[in-house]
Design a protein around this ligand. Structure first.
Ligand SMILES: [Cu+2]
Length: 443
């Protein structure tokens, strides 16, 4: 049994159905958004996985492919799922053009298995295979990523999710019907090009979930009254306040493990700092299509420049469209909203995603980047993750235009109709005399 497990490669960007374990301890598998779980083999009681670090082509959204680095054909790499107490052996083959290592973020393990190149192991040179072995000691939500030339390798997309399921009923881990996971990542890829600029520190132009951008991110489809868990890890260079509509959740775990019950309170937004993971639980008891997104408005956009002047208040009716024909980058904010961008005859280079292309049943959603939809449906079958389509709102429950008579609203009768009237009596004029300082030396 000296031979390595056959590496499993997956290149499709679809959300794969949960991998129900066929060996080892049973557990309720997770669903990786636009990703998959790595199969293993049992070898004399040890769970063996084979990760291959390699260049990959990732479709970040339909029509937009990025040349990234990842594992087993994808960025992020496959999710690794094990059970508390499992003995785990992971072979890592390096097919990158440079050395690497894998750090198992959040795990209790022997120091020499921690994957910090130079500190706890020599780095894995191109063409070489290393083996990591440890016991998954505590249940929880973890991730893996290189600890070698980190800035480059993480900017290129090398990362993956890890879930250790509890071996028995756990007082702080509720059983759920749907368990989703994804990593927050960010890239700086010039429109029309394929490879991320790895020197970018903060000014990324693609804010992604599992290296996908809206509308390329799959929806989270659940059955009404399902208990839902979403596990999120942040490997970008800034924090992301992740916000869900229509429901309250509690943070039930971090990469440090399940949170004590006394520390939980209802939230609709959880800020996830760099290098942190959050596990949120909620009861999906409201039917509908619920936005689920990062609350930083610049993170729900795709490739864009930021050197756009504010012209709110300036009458530029009809001007923008004319100028656009000459200068494609020209745009005006605050007139018709970002929906313009999807309608403008704005030429974009090959291989890029328009800033906001998401189309909903009522028009442009004006979103890109870190955005998806939580779809709660009465008739979604247990274990079915298929997209049920748009929500059919019950009669009379959609906001609509009011067409009845309008009363004149009461207003303060001051100059300009402003709520803060100008002072009527002229203010006392103060005369200020300024004497210029003189200088002897003449400078
Ligand atoms: Cu964000």
């Amino acid at each position: 049994m000296a031979a390595l497990p056959e590496p499993v490669i997956q290149t499709r960007p679809d959300t794969m159905p949960p991998l129900v374990p066929d060996s080892g301890m049973p557990y309720n598998p997770v669903v990786t958004l636009n990703g998959w779980t790595l199969p293993w083999r049992m070898n004399q009681g040890v769970k063996e996985f084979h990760l291959v670090a390699e260049p990959v082509v990732r479709e970040m959204a339909p029509g937009f492919k990025a040349h990234l680095w990842g594992y087993n054909g994808q960025s992020p790499g496959p999710t690794i799922e094990v059970v508390e107490g499992d003995r785990v052996r992971i072979f890592v083959t390096n097919k990158l053009p440079e050395h690497t290592s894998v750090h198992w973020h959040g795990q209790r393990l022997p120091s020499g298995m921690d994957g910090v190149s130079g500190l706890t192991q020599p780095s894995i040179q191109p063409g070489k295979t290393f083996v990591y072995e440890f016991v998954a000691r505590r249940p929880g939500t973890f991730m893996y990523h290189p600890h070698a030339d980190e800035m480059t390798q993480m900017a290129m997309g090398m990362m993956g999710f890890w879930v250790t399921h509890p071996k028995a009923r756990h007082p702080l881990i509720d059983e759920v019907q749907r368990d989703f996971c994804f990593l927050l990542n960010a890239y700086d890829i010039d429109p029309g090009s394929y490879t991320p600029k790895t020197m970018t520190m903060t000014d990324f132009n693609l804010w992604s979930w599992n290296s996908r951008i809206f509308p390329g991110i799959d929806t989270l489809n659940v059955r009404l009254n399902d208990k839902v868990r979403i596990r999120i890890g942040n490997l970008t260079m800034t924090n992301h306040p992740i916000h869900v509509h229509g429901h309250e959740f509690t943070v039930t775990g971090t990469d440090g493990g399940p949170t004590p019950k006394a520390s939980r309170w209802p939230e609709v937004t959880a800020d996830i700092a760099v290098g942190q993971m959050r596990q949120i639980d909620f009861l999906a008891d409201e039917e509908g299509d619920w936005a689920f997104h990062c609350h930083k408005s610049h993170h729900t956009m795709n490739a864009m420049g930021h050197n756009v002047p504010t012209l709110i208040g300036v009458d530029h009716s009809g001007v923008a469209k004319k100028i656009n024909k000459l200068i494609p980058e020209y745009m005006v904010m605050g007139e018709r909203g970002m929906a313009d961008m999807t309608e403008m005859e704005m030429p974009i280079p090959d291989n890029t995603a328009p800033m906001m292309t998401g189309e909903g049943p009522f028009g442009s959603v004006e979103m890109g980047g870190m955005f998806s939809v939580l779809k709660v449906r009465r008739d979604q079958k247990p274990g079915d993750y298929k997209d049920p389509g748009w929500f059919k709102h019950p009669e009379g429950t959609v906001a609509h235009e009011y067409t009845g008579p309008l009363a004149e609203p009461a207003r303060f009768k001051a100059e300009g109709g402003q709520s803060m009237p100008r002072v009527q009596s002229p203010a006392k004029v103060t005369e200020v005399q300024v004497r210029k300082p003189t200088s002897h030396s003449g400078h």
